[in-house]
Design a protein. Structure first.
Length: 147
């Protein structure tokens, strides 16, 4: 009663090899697909970050130029607003923030407000400790004036 078409020992060996090869190829294809998908998602994020950085740099530059022009025409309080906005840009880099804080401190010194000047000079010092020696004479003068 044995039919010659039905194997008694299980699946044919050649068929097993073909199934294993196709399974391996399928697994490889899935791994390649998901790797490509993950890589493709992270690339636009990097591009968006570079666009965002460019936008922040452009914005900081615009604010700085406006602040300089306002100082030139004697509108120091309006210039303060520009430099404070640069400081508030969270994405801007530390040297830009330090420069904006130092300029804000200097403007407060011109306006005779040593207490506010010290706040901004200390912020500048914290944002960029390498420039602290340049700010030290201003800080010392303000501290002496406040005592």
């Amino acid at each position: 009663m044995s039919d010659s078409k039905i194997p008694e020992d299980g699946v044919n060996g050649k068929l097993k090899v073909v199934v294993y090869i196709l399974t391996g190829i399928t697994l490889f294809a899935f791994v390649a697909f998901f790797t490509k998908l993950i890589t493709k998602k992270s690339i636009p994020t990097q591009q968006e970050n570079s666009v965002k950085d460019t936008h922040v740099d452009t914005r900081a530059t615009e604010l700085e130029k406006a602040g300089e022009r306002l100082q030139q025409v004697g509108l120091n309080e309006q210039a303060l607003d520009q430099y404070i906005q640069i400081w508030a840009l969270r994405e801007s880099n530390a040297p830009d923030r330090a420069k904006a804080a130092a300029t804000t401190g200097r403007i407060y010194l011109k306006l005779g407000n040593c207490k506010e000047a010290l706040v901004w000079l200390f912020r500048s010092e914290a944002a960029n400790p390498d420039k602290a020696t340049e700010l030290q004479p201003l800080i010392d003068a303000c501290i002496a004036k406040e005592k």
